[in-house]
Design a protein around this ligand. Structure first.
Ligand code: PEP
Ligand code: MG
Length: 324
């Protein structure tokens, strides 16, 4: 198997009829970097910056953050690294910044926290920008956006941080900026959001949770949590079409992208890249290299007419089994 993986690593993720699908990875700790490189990732679609924050006893300073981000950016250079601004709250807590709420997933999390604490957002953005000097492979991604007002505020702060670091002598271009689509409200505002950014990335973990009103971490309702639910698939298609109508590339960085059968559907929908856990990357690449685009499109068309998630799942299994 390791020999098979080795060969696969160097092969492109390309369907038999020549459609390229870049496979990116999700990272958090430096340990993820090595695994990502061993598996031939073409970039980082989601670097969860809260992970290094979670293993500290206090907020890391701008200088400390700069060093952490520089390490990520340098490790993948010249490949792009998509750094998400701090996404705390919900299930991700910092011991030194407690948030106690009855409904944390519907509460103060992600961009809501950092817009209320612009000093946290500005320090983080400044650190990212300084870390990218001379490398220029940084992309900034904004989590939990639910409307244009939040995006505009965040863009304003990014421009402010960019002005500040340039005044201090750091010579960096403004990096590409993207928005995560993980709140249902954002699905229906995809065109307005896409107009203001350079790229779109779907967070299917939260989008599934919020669309289906099913806690992503509650074992009691785990069988209701299903990214193959027809409502999720319809929402994903709306996002791809909306982003493309505005001429913007769209990626997906939730666990769904690392499921080989789901990846076939995502490719057929028109996603421009898939970002996943490095562990799943070889399986996804292997399957996409077996499925040509007409087959993928036919499968998607079939699945989009089915209203039962279980039937969608079995249809996918049955259709893809012949490929191994
Ligand atoms: C998501 O919600 O799909 C996502 C990628 O972000 P996280 O899992 O960190 O919330
Ligand atoms: Mg999320």
């Amino acid at each position: 198997i390791s020999e098979g993986l080795d060969v696969l690593r160097t092969l492109p993720c390309e369907t038999p009829d020549g459609h390229r699908m870049p496979l990116w990875v999700n990272t958090g700790l430096m340990a993820d970097v090595v695994r990502a490189q061993e598996r031939g990732a073409e970039g980082v679609g989601l670097y969860r910056t809260e992970v290094p924050f979670m293993i500290k006893e206090r907020f890391p300073s701008e200088k400390e953050q700069l060093a952490i981000y520089r390490e990520q950016l340098a490790a993948f250079h010249p490949l792009p690294v998509t750094m998400r601004s701090l996404d705390i709250g919900g299930d991700k807590c910092l011991s030194y910044f407690p948030i106690n709420e009855q409904n944390p997933f519907l509460g103060w999390r992600g961009i809501r926290v950092t817009l209320d604490h612009p000093e946290i957002f500005l320090v983080q953005t400044r650190a990212m920008l300084k870390a990218s000097e001379g490398l220029n492979n940084l992309r900034i991604l904004l989590p939990m956006i639910s409307g244009t007002h939040e995006l505009e505020e965040a863009l304003h702060l990014i421009h402010r941080a960019w002005g500040e670091v340039r005044d201090e002598g750091t010579d960096v271009p403004l990096p590409p900026i993207g928005v995560m689509i993980e709140v249902p409200a954002a699905v229906y505002q995809i065109r307005e959001l896409a107009q203001q950014v350079d790229f779109i990335s779907v967070g299917s973990n939260d989008l599934t949770q919020y669309l289906l009103a099913v806690d992503r971490n509650n074992p009691r309702v785990a069988d209701l949590y299903d990214f193959l639910h027809p409502a999720v698939l319809q929402a994903l298609k709306l996002v791809v079409d909306g982003a493309h109508a505005e001429g913007k590339p769209v990626s997906i960085c939730g666990e769904m992208a690392g499921d080989p059968a789901a990846a076939v559907l995502l490719m057929a929908m028109g996603f421009d890249s898939l970002s996943m856990n490095a562990t799943n990357l070889p399986k996804v690449k292997w399957l996409l290299r077996q499925v040509d685009m007409p087959t993928a499109h036919a499968l998607l068309a079939k699945v989009m007419c089915i209203d039962n998630p279980q039937v969608i799942y079995s249809t996918l299994q049955l259709s893809l089994r012949s490929l191994g």
